[in-house]
Write a protein that binds this ligand. Structure first.
Ligand SMILES: [Zn+2]
Length: 68
């Protein structure tokens, strides 16, 4: 079995609780809502965390810089 390790997952300890609970994107911290895809699974303190990110990919930052 070959495992795809194209991306390195972030450390669970550095994520927000909402990101750890798969409510927000683990990469850009946006609310996932109905969309999202599994980024990968990683272990932290004996627990297996499944990280989710935006699907198909995280939205790019606004070039103009218009904060919400
Ligand atoms: Zn995202």
């Amino acid at each position: 079995m070959t495992e795809q390790t194209t991306e390195s997952l972030p450390e669970i300890a550095r994520l927000q609780p909402r990101q750890q609970m798969a409510m927000d994107c683990a990469r850009c911290a946006r609310p996932l809502g109905a969309g999202g895809r599994i980024w990968g699974e990683t272990r932290h303190r004996g627990h297996l965390f499944r990280l989710w990110v935006c699907a198909p990919h995280c939205p790019p930052r606004a070039p103009g810089g218009t904060p919400p």
